[in-house]
Structure formats: structure tokens, C-alpha cells
Design a binder for this molecule. Structure first.
Ligand SMILES: CC(C)(COP(=O)(O)OP(=O)(O)OC[C@H]1O[C@@H](n2cnc3c(N)ncnc32)[C@H](O)[C@@H]1OP(=O)(O)O)[C@@H](O)C(=O)NCCC(=O)NCCS
Length: 110
């Protein structure tokens, strides 16, 4: 698990299309995230042995209601379809939760 870099953007978007299908951008959670940046330090990719991006997870800053407490919104979490059920998704999620806690965040919404 490593922090995502700007160079990973194309690979991440292609992976999301493969894992979630072309209609993924119509989801209401995607509309919430559009045009925004993930929470600082909370975008991660998983790579295979040759460095290819095979998993992605990001967390986004949100507020619970107007002026309410801060929280993180999860998503999308996705793994290369041919590598499903190999533990990559769980490992990405555990890493993201641990880093969010370390950075002082108190809640993640799904
Ligand atoms: C969901 C996903 C990220 C899991 O990644 P993964 O690397 O296969 O996960 P792991 O191997 O760590 O764990 C697999 C377990 O997760 C659970 N799981 C898989 N998909 C799930 C889902 N949509 N909801 C709840 N649990 C799920 C299952 O219990 C599975 O157990 P199994 O191996 O006995 O089938 C991956 O399947 C994926 O990219 N799916 C398409 C995109 C998606 O639906 N993302 C979630 C919404 S944003």
C-alpha cells in the first residue's frame, strides 16, 4: 500500500472503469466527490510486483450536516477484477483506516 501520486491518475481511472463499469460516474457518491480533492494523505494504491496499480481507495473530507462535525467519506474502493478475493481490498481498507486514525480523523462514512 502506498500513497497515490499524480502519475497514478490514468491507471487508477482505467482500473475503476474495469472494476465498476462505465456507469460508475453516475453514482450519487461520485457526484459528491466531483471537482474535489481527496483528504490530504488519504489516497492509496496497491501495486503488483512490477509496479502496476491493482487497487485503489480514497477518503474525502465531509461534514455531517451544515456546520456539523468533520468526517471522511469512503470511496471508491476497487481491486483489479482478475485479482479479487486475494486480500488486496481488505489490506487497502485497513491501511486507509489506520492512516486516517493516525492523522486524527474520528469517523469514516460508507
Ligand atoms: C469490493 C472489492 C474492493 C474487494 O476487494 P478484494 O481484494 O476482492 O477483497 P478481499 O480479497 O480483501 O476480500 C474479499 C471479501 O470481501 C467481501 N466482499 C467483496 N465484495 C463485497 C461487497 N461488495 N460488499 C461486501 N463485502 C464484499 C467478501 O466477503 C469477500 O470474501 P470472499 O473472498 O470469500 O469472496 C473488489 O471486489 C472490487 O473492486 N469490487 C468492484 C468494485 C466495488 O464494488 N467496490 C465497492 C464499492 S465502492
Amino acid at each position: 500500500m502506498v500513497g497515490e501520486s499524480a502519475a497514478d491518475t490514468t491507471a487508477r481511472e482505467a482500473l475503476l472503469d474495469r472494476a465498476m463499469g462505465p456507469k460508475r460516474k453516475k453514482k450519487s457518491s461520485e457526484k459528491l466527490r466531483r471537482g474535489r480533492r481527496p483528504s490530504e494523505g488519504l489516497a492509496f494504491v496497491a501495486r503488483d510486483a512490477s509496479g502496476v496499480v491493482v487497487g485503489t481507495v480514497r477518503l474525502w473530507d465531509v461534514r455531517l450536516g451544515e456546520g456539523g462535525p468533520a468526517a471522511l467519506l469512503l470511496g471508491p474502493l476497487a481491486v483489479e477484477p482478475g485479482l479479487k478475493s486475494g486480500g488486496i481490498g481488505s489490506a487497502l481498507m485497513r491501511h486507509a483506516i489506520a492512516e486516517a486514525a493516525r492523522l486524527g480523523h474520528g469517523a469514516i462514512l460508507l
